[in-house]
Design a protein around this ligand. Structure first.
Ligand code: URA
Length: 252
């Protein structure tokens, strides 16, 4: 057992973090029909965008409007958003959850099936693990954290978000960060890290080199879904959380 494992065990993290005998993850298999429907949606949305011409809010006007939204209007604005094709297949939008003036802001990738039904980020198995990770460093969505995703609507079948979907949602994420003004941004997974740090680096490379976004320290760690599949990596995530804690203390 490594020294790190011993420490984790002594502080009581092991029983929380280690996977018990868990059922194999359900793998969603997209049917050909679902894929065809999505392709049709994308094509139709693109055609609508082309046809609607001047009546549609310009990209610049939309960005400027979102950049000035108060906290009280962001969720409603996102609920009306039709800037990308995900609006056609979502059940609920998932703007974010937590306190308005958080110590930490956690950024994930995109809502999954449970989040799409409940309108709240990280409510499934990965969310439970995320809550445990945060709890281990004294953080929680009910007390001192705000949690948001790069993309606010569920990509069908939990596929990766497309670049145009990430772009369309970027003004909302930027506005949430500027309103929240957290001491620390914790990016969980590749998409969040890449979006916050404006890079195409791997999670491994981003973990090794914390950056800044709007002068706020950014720590990148593994996505909780990945940690559920690869529990041995939880020790590295624990290192990242401790780094986050010390960077947040310095930026206080
Ligand atoms: N994964 C994410 O990245 N975000 C969620 O809200 C749920 C799962």
């Amino acid at each position: 057992m490594s020294a790190r494992d011993t420490i984790l065990r002594e502080i009581g993290l092991t029983p929380i973090w280690l996977a018990r005998s868990q059922p194999p993850q359900l793998i969603e298999i997209e049917s050909a029909e679902l894929q065809a429907r999505e392709a049709a949606n994308i094509a139709q949305h693109a055609a609508e965008l082309r046809d609607s011409g001047e009546s549609r809010e310009s990209r610049e006007a939309r960005e400027a409007r979102i950049a000035n939204l108060p906290w009280s209007q962001i969720d409603a604005d996102i609920a009306e958003c039709q800037a990308c094709q995900l609006c056609k297949t979502r059940t609920l939008t998932v703007p974010g959850v937590g306190v308005a003036a958080p110590e930490w802001m956690v950024i994930g990738e995109a809502p999954g099936e449970n989040e799409d039904k409940q309108g709240e980020p990280f409510v499934g198995r990965a969310g439970k693990l995320l809550d445990q990770m945060l709890d281990a460093v004294g953080k929680s969505r009910t007390r001192n954290v705000f949690i948001a995703n790069v993309v606010k609507c569920r990509p069908p079948g939990n596929r990766d978000p497309l670049p145009e979907e990430i772009d369309a949602c970027a003004p909302y994420l930027a506005r949430q960060i500027s309103l929240a003004q957290p001491k620390l941004l914790l990016a969980v997974g590749k998409f969040a890290g890449q979006q916050l740090l404006n890079t195409d680096a791997t999670v491994g490379a981003m973990r090794a080199k914390p950056g800044r976004r709007d002068n706020i320290p950014v720590v990148v760690t593994y996505h909780p879904s990945y940690l559920l599949r690869s529990p041995l990596e939880k020790a590295k995530a624990w290192e990242d959380l401790n780094l986050a804690r010390s960077l947040a203390a310095q930026s206080a």
